[in-house]
Design a protein around this ligand. Sequence first.
Ligand SMILES: C[S@@+](CC[C@H](N)C(=O)[O-])C[C@H]1O[C@@H](n2cnc3c(N)ncnc32)[C@H](O)[C@@H]1O
Length: 276
Amino acid sequence: MVERLVLRRKEFTLLQAYIYQHIGISLGDHKIYLVQARLAKRVKQLGLSSFGAYYDYLVADKKRGELEYLSSLISTNVTSFFREAKQWEFLKRELPSIIERSGGKLRIWSAACSSGEEPYSIAMFLMEHLPNYTQYDIKILATDVSSKVLKIAMNGLYSQKAIFSLNEVYLRKYFSTEIVEGEAFYRIRDAVKQRILFREFNLVTGDYSLFDAKALNIIFCRNVMIYFDKSTQSALVDRFYTILPKNGYLFIGSSEALTDMKKDFRSKSASIYQKA
Ligand SMILES: C[S@@+](CC[C@H](N)C(=O)[O-])C[C@H]1O[C@@H](n2cnc3c(N)ncnc32)[C@H](O)[C@@H]1O
């Protein structure tokens, strides 16, 4: 019989602090069973006999490869194409003035891109709504802390379930169909992929000096801040504020808010802020 690994309170406290410090995710004390369930398989796979031994393994791993793996196991990657419908309506209305202000050079950051649905939605949206899309200098940076979801994003192959929110027109124009083991899958076309650069980036511990000063037009940071505590959220919003130019936009998730940490961000529409 395979022995069931039990996460002891002391071990949980160590992992909780490690996860907070290195990923930014703030896990309440009641999340002990969730952490046990999500990590047990990995601990066994590594041939370790306890969660305490796993913690030691994490700390000793100076290359931080295990941290990446841990991020994939702990974070929630739920996403979908064209999530937050009202934001796309806003973008459609504002696109002409955004593109005019940008002088035709558009830089957009999808800051917790998960398996790619968000950056691909941005690219498809621009292709659909910008006449002469190819004439513009457009780059979309898509980052996530989890290498696992980034691999899926870069592969760009989606199941029937993943494309449920896409209409037929988008499917036909921007995807090709592939049959894998008798099941239909949808592969994003290279023309959509072309403008996207996928990279690993940790929003909490990452080096923001890598960003070109004031070069970004829009930051999408949706449905990730909810996992951070107030002080981490606030520090993140400060960083976004610093790297955005005047009039730059910040899009957040509809269940998130910038209350008490707005700086000089003006609320424009559903979870959309603009730097004053
Ligand atoms: C719920 S998904 C949101 C995906 C997409 N933005 C959306 O709204 O559909 C949250 C993503 O945040 C990522 N994430 C969690 N902590 C992070 C961190 N510290 N830095 C960067 N990404 C992080 C997770 O790996 C996950 O892919």
